[in-house]
Ligand binder design. Structure first.
Ligand SMILES: Cc1cc2nc3c(=O)[nH]c(=O)nc-3n(C[C@H](O)[C@H](O)[C@H](O)COP(=O)(O)OP(=O)(O)OC[C@H]3O[C@@H](n4cnc5c(N)ncnc54)[C@H](O)[C@@H]3O)c2cc1C
Length: 458
């Protein structure tokens, strides 16, 4: 147990954001843009972006899937893509199925873009700084946090808090109730992504591309020549010539908040990646001279803790295309649930599409932990059931949720009110003023072109 009163105070903030992933970066930037004076962002790794830069290269959730896609995310997330586009580091991957049209980016460039956007907004960023405890007053209200750094333990005090740690770490240490992945439904599997260079993509495509790959994977598993963990892993071209990125590795039955289980999962993920490398080199046209050039910074964790909020988004809300007066974002992404089969031997990705290619409302109350006034959650630890989370976890949505949480935190300070008493009209007006999409657009936005600028005016 830490003796918090003996830990030196390092800084005080108006709004303190924990976790510099896509949600946390947007929350911190939005808090500053909405008028908060001193905003601090705490991130345990040496770069911002979380999953967006640790392992991925495609934003989903901006566009609904289907023949007539709609663009359902705008505002700050648009500015992120615009900045990538300015650097020539983005293209669209039109897609009518799966998670829909993806916004593909160069993840290393995105680290720089997050740095720049945070600096321009005036956010104080603390990297290599890990939250390890919460400080509370006698009424249980959070007043500060304890972080671990190479200088030792330090305290940061704040008036408002956004937990965007993905794992709801602040909520955990503050005693805020949450559901752990695996408690009620099987937890989604984990994936180490990897990238390969020197791929002859023309040879790959002319040999049959995706369909050919699926056949070859199934054949290799059935014949036992290459012990792949699944038959349906995917790959796509990257923002660099002759390079591809994969979502193929699969590690099941892991409590990703337990460091010993996570250690074993990291080791297993790396092992599987090189089984895939051999398979690609030996079996897939275009890959004979290719090699792995990068593994994800850490194994990809789809879900861990989800708090119980003032409202809990459910599968029924997604499937009935629910409308809420306090909407702060839209989501048309399908439920995409990566789960192991009951025998643990294979993976079923369970898809559930939103009826009519529509998009449901995400209510503000999913960002407010039950009974709290000083605290918001954003990103993958927001208040949702397993199924609803499996839809509303794409980065288009985590960025939009982050923007809403950061804006709400700043407005609550300005108005001297708590999270639950905030004027929804004011919050929605502030979001709309930045271009956030809060009404389902009827306009067909993505025409199939790979050009972001031609497609992003929703
Ligand atoms: C394998 C995989 C593939 C996916 N594919 C896609 C895809 O192609 N497209 C898409 O749109 N979505 C995809 N998703 C989903 C999406 O990436 C995530 O839901 C989203 O990025 C979560 O964003 P976040 O900001 O909520 O959390 P994270 O990105 O997890 O960010 C949390 C941040 O908090 C930091 N942190 C955690 N604990 C602490 C602490 N105690 N102190 C300080 N910092 C801390 C972390 O280092 C991290 O930077 C995928 C997810 C996975 C795992």
């Amino acid at each position: 147990m830490l003796q918090i009163d003996r830990i030196p105070l390092f800084a005080s903030a108006d709004v303190l954001v924990i976790g510099g992933g896509s949600a946390g970066c947007c929350a911190a930037i939005a808090a500053r843009q909405a008028g908060a004076g001193h905003v601090i962002l705490v991130e345990r790794y040496g770069f911002p972006g979380g999953t967006s830069t640790q392992m991925l290269d495609t934003f989903y959730g901006f566009f609904t899937p289907g023949e007539q896609p709609r663009k359902v995310v705008g505002g700050l997330p648009d500015r992120v893509v615009d900045a990538l586009d300015d650097a020539g580091a983005v293209f669209l991957r039109p897609n009518t199925y799966g998670a829909g049209t993806g916004v593909n980016y160069n993840p290393e460039r995105l680290k720089l873009v997050w740095d720049q956007l945070l600096a321009d907004a005036g956010v104080r960023v603390l990297l290599h700084c890990t939250l390890v405890d919460a400080e509370r007053d006698p009424a249980g209200r959070i007043t500060g946090v304890v972080v671990f750094t190479k200088r030792g333990f330090l305290r940061i005090a704040a008036k408002r808090f956004v937990d965007a740690s993905g794992d709801a770490d602040l909520c955990h240490w503050a005693g805020v109730p949450y559901e752990r992945a695996g408690d009620l439904d099987p937890a989604q599997t984990l994936t180490t992504t990897f990238r390969m260079s020197n791929v002859d993509l023309d040879a790959y495509e002319s040999a049959g591309g995706k369909k050919m790959l699926a056949r070859k994977m199934a054949a290799a598993v059935d014949a036992g020549t290459h012990p792949l963990p699944r038959k349906n892993g995917s790959l796509h071209k990257m923002n660099a010539a002759g390079c591809i990125s994969t979502v193929a590795v699969r590690v099941a039955d892991v409590d990703a908040n337990d460091f010993e289980q996570l250690t074993a999962a990291e080791q297993e993920g790396r092992r599987q990646a090189f089984v895939y490398e051999k398979f690609f080199q030996e079996c897939v046209p275009g890959f004979a001279g290719s090699h792995i050039i990068g593994l994800s910074h850490q194994i990809g964790v789809r879900e861990t803790r989800r708090v119980y909020g003032e409202y809990r988004l459910t599968k029924d809300d997604c499937m009935r295309v629910a409308r809420f007066d306090d909407r702060i974002a839209l989501c048309g992404a399908p439920i995409e649930d990566h789960r192991a089969s009951p025998d643990g031997k294979s993976e079923e990705t369970v898809w559930g599409y939103i009826p009519g290619g529509d998009a449901y409302d995400v209510p503000y109350r999913t960002l407010v932990p039950r009974g709290r006034d000083e605290l918001w959650v954003a990103g993958r630890c927001f208040s949702a059931t397993h199924d609803a989370h499996a839809s509303c976890r794409s980065m288009g949505q985590t960025m939009a949720l982050g923007q809403a949480a950061g804006t709400a935190a700043a407005l609550s300070l300005a108005d001297g009110c708590g999270a639950r008493d905030l004027s929804i009209e004011k919050l929605q007006a502030a979001l709309r003023a930045t271009g956030s999409v809060l009404e389902t657009p009827t306009r067909v936005a993505a025409t199939g072109a790979a050009d972001w600028r031609k497609n992003h005016q929703a």
